[in-house]
Design a protein around this ligand. Structure first.
Ligand SMILES: [Zn+2]
Length: 122
């Protein structure tokens, strides 16, 4: 009984989180990124079925495009997992060493910050 109630509360929290903070969509594109990237979208660039890179607008709001290489022969390289619910996970974390210094884990279409980011301060 108790476990059932906890499960319902957990489901409600998930539903509320998705409503208030929906996960990033995944968009697979051929060869090239569109000239303007949409917010809250992870782009996967593929060429002839080979995954080349993942790209997204920096989630801190600095409007920079982040490029994550997916070609195993090149470094650094990220591992991409696409999930049945349409979201994706990138491994390892994404860490900008310059400018905004965003450092986050991208998991199931969600950004999990690795440390506090000075958002809104330039
Ligand atoms: Zn940024």
């Amino acid at each position: 009984m108790r476990a059932g109630a906890k499960s319902i509360i957990a489901q409600f929290k998930c539903w509320l989180r998705d409503l208030l903070d929906p996960p990033y969509q995944t968009a697979v594109v051929e060869e090239y990124l569109p000239p303007r990237l949409r917010k809250r979208t992870l782009y996967i660039v593929q060429d002839d079925g080979f995954l080349e890179q993942a790209a997204m607008l920096c989630p801190c709001g600095c409007k920079r495009t982040l490029h994550m290489n997916l070609i195993p022969d090149e470094h650094p390289c990220w591992h991409l997992m696409q999930h049945e619910d349409g979201t994706a996970t990138l491994h390892p974390s994404v860490w900008r060493k310059t400018d905004c210094r965003s450092h986050f884990v991208f998991r199931h279409g969600r950004v999990q910050w690795c440390h506090s980011v000075r958002r809104g301060i330039s």
